[in-house]
Design a binder for this molecule. Structure first.
Ligand SMILES: NC(=O)c1ccc[n+]([C@@H]2O[C@H](COP(=O)([O-])OP(=O)(O)OC[C@H]3O[C@@H](n4cnc5c(N)ncnc54)[C@H](O)[C@@H]3O)[C@@H](O)[C@H]2O)c1
Ligand SMILES: O=P(O)(O)OC[C@@H](O)[C@@H](O)[C@H](O)[C@H](O)CO
Length: 487
């Protein structure tokens, strides 16, 4: 197939009726949002909600400038397509496709830093969103900016263009402060606890590390002119595959190198705390609320925690996909009990949310046979995810006098996965501290030794959990059979 998706194809696609196309003319959109981290998730989630909101509200101010962080791969895919791409919604027995036109500009920060800063400084831009992964925040053990990280140090020194996400964000804010000082909202869309507060702190830490004459006024302007709302994002979006691109091409009649596939379900809960205008997201079904914390805990402790549990246990059992893992009755049972017995008692349930239906929905979504989501994708970066997904639950249950046996199973499953990956190169250990984890796991003779060595990783477990004998024993009890291949 030689043709390529582009604006000129839209009239034909509209007539064909085989795929949905934007309800407005994408070329008429101005850029009102800069997004850092143009992965599959942004394209299938925030971009879709923003397009629906702009169409419903007839508001042409909310095109997106998407910025790729680590390579120009996405730029090479999307620029020749005028920023257009297809989102395939894959559900049991259903496949639908829509072309999204919100992305009006794509930049590679590594090659075009000045263009990125100019966009962030542009008064017409009122929102900067981020999906840069958990590790992309470069946090230290205390949750603040890791000032020992050489990349962060170089960004603070400022001899060259910044490389870290927070460095790029702060330098962009600095350009804005110098240009117009117009207020702007910075919104985290990663799977974090209190992502807004996390970003606010990282930005403040960066400013504090700058020479006082530079960092002081910048921090002052940020304090008064920048808001950092949190948001809870939900849609399962596996890494795009050749099969996704082939399905998109079949439906479009032209190639689409930027196609992504996702589950049909999507949810976005946003803290209603903006420094300036925002898209009318409520028209697209986004929940705007003063406090996202209850929604966030439900999502991270039920969905993401059981996702991680299934990923580690599933990979250990040779299940390639999450659907296969949740199709294994023993693993599905463990995920259910983690949600019901450990996580649920720790939750303040948002008004109107039926927790039992939510739990059932999570397992149904994981079982989606039409969306192959690999266990190793979800298993990635465990050192970053465990504290957010399992350890908050563990701490809350321990504080309430209960032993969180299923959260302990999740931790033990991660430990067993690390040990297996350290010994078997066929199992990937994709983690920013992989070397440290491998070294810890390689020298461990048995379950207690493995647990002891991994519990010593303070950035994961802090100082409290390794000292709580109830928890460490529960983990060792779970780990012993896992190392023999049973759960
Ligand atoms: N995929 C999903 O199902 C899903 C669902 C909910 C939330 N999320 C959130 O979105 C994030 C991205 O997911 P995705 O599926 O788009 O992944 P992806 O691999 O497609 O994209 C990741 C993006 O993060 C950037 N990034 C990665 N490491 C970085 C680093 N060290 N510094 C700066 N930038 C870095 C990449 O350049 C890329 O733009 C997740 O980590 C998660 O927090 C994803
Ligand atoms: O995207 P990550 O790497 O934070 O986590 C992997 C999955 O658990 C996650 O992407 C889920 O699919 C998502 O959070 C569902 O909304």
């Amino acid at each position: 197939m030689s043709g390529r998706l582009a604006l000129a194809e839209l009239p034909r696609l509209r007539r064909s009726g085989r795929v949905a196309v934007p309800g407005h003319d994408p070329a008429a959109l101005g850029v009102g949002i800069v997004h850092l981290g143009l992965g599959g998730f942004h394209r299938a989630h925030q971009a879709v909600f923003t397009e629906d909101a702009a169409t419903a509200g007839g508001d042409t101010r909310w095109g997106v400038c998407g910025v790729t962080q680590r390579s120009d791969d996405v730029v090479r895919r999307l620029r020749p397509q005028d920023g257009l791409y297809t989102v395939l919604a894959r559900g049991p027995g259903e496949l639908s496709a829509r072309v999204v036109g919100t992305l009006r500009e794509v930049l590679y920060a590594g090659a075009e830093p000045d263009a990125v800063f100019a966009r962030m400084a542009d008064e017409r831009v009122r929102i900067i969103t981020l999906t840069v992964t958990e590790k992309g925040h470069r946090r230290g053990a205390d949750g603040g900016l890791d000032l020992a990280d050489p990349v962060v140090r170089a960004d603070v020194a400022g001899a060259g263009p910044p490389v870290s996400a927070v460095g790029r964000l702060v330098r962009g804010l600095q350009a804005r402060c110098r240009a117009s000082g117009a207020p702007v909202t910075v919104m985290s869309c990663d799977n974090l606890v209190a992502g807004g507060e996390v970003l606010r702190r990282l930005v403040a830490d960066f400013c504090a590390a700058l020479p006082p004459a530079e960092g002081g006024p910048l921090a002052g302007w940020i304090e008064t002119s920048v808001r950092f709302p949190s948001s809870v994002v939900d849609r399962i979006v596996p890494a795009a595959t050749g099969a996704d691109r082939a399905d998109a091409a079949r439906l479009l009649g032209v190639r689409d190198e930027g196609a992504v596939a996702a589950e049909p379900h999507r949810q976005w809960v946003v803290q209603d705390d903006f420094a300036a205008d925002r898209p009318p997201w409520e028209l697209a079904g986004v929940v705007l609320t003063p406090d996202v914390a209850p929604y966030e805990a439900v999502k991270l402790r039920l969905l993401n925690a059981s996702h991680s549990l299934l990923a580690y246990l599933g990979a250990l059992r040779g299940h390639e996909t999450i659907a296969a893992a949740v199709g294994d009755p023993e693993l599905a049972g463990a995920a259910e009990r983690l949600m019901l017995e450990d996580a649920a008692p720790t939750l303040a349930v948002p008004d109107g949310l039926d927790l039992a239906a939510y739990r059932r929905g999570v397992l149904e979504r994981f079982a989606n046979p039409a969306l192959p989501d690999r266990t190793v994708r979800v298993a990635m970066d465990g050192s970053q995810k465990l504290p957010l997904r399992l350890l908050g639950t563990a701490r809350d249950r321990l504080a309430a006098g209960a032993v969180p046996r299923w959260a302990a199973l999740g931790v033990a499953a991660w430990m067993a996965y690390v040990a297996r990956a350290a010994a078997d190169p066929a199992l990937p250990l994709d983690d920013p501290i992989a070397d440290r984890l491998c070294e810890a796991a390689s020298g461990a003779a048995d379950a207690p030794a493995l647990a002891r060595r991994l519990f010593a990783v303070e950035s994961v477990f802090g100082r409290d959990l390794p000292e709580d004998e109830r928890f460490t024993s529960a983990v060792v009890e779970r780990l012993t059979p896992l190392l023999r291949g049973a759960i």
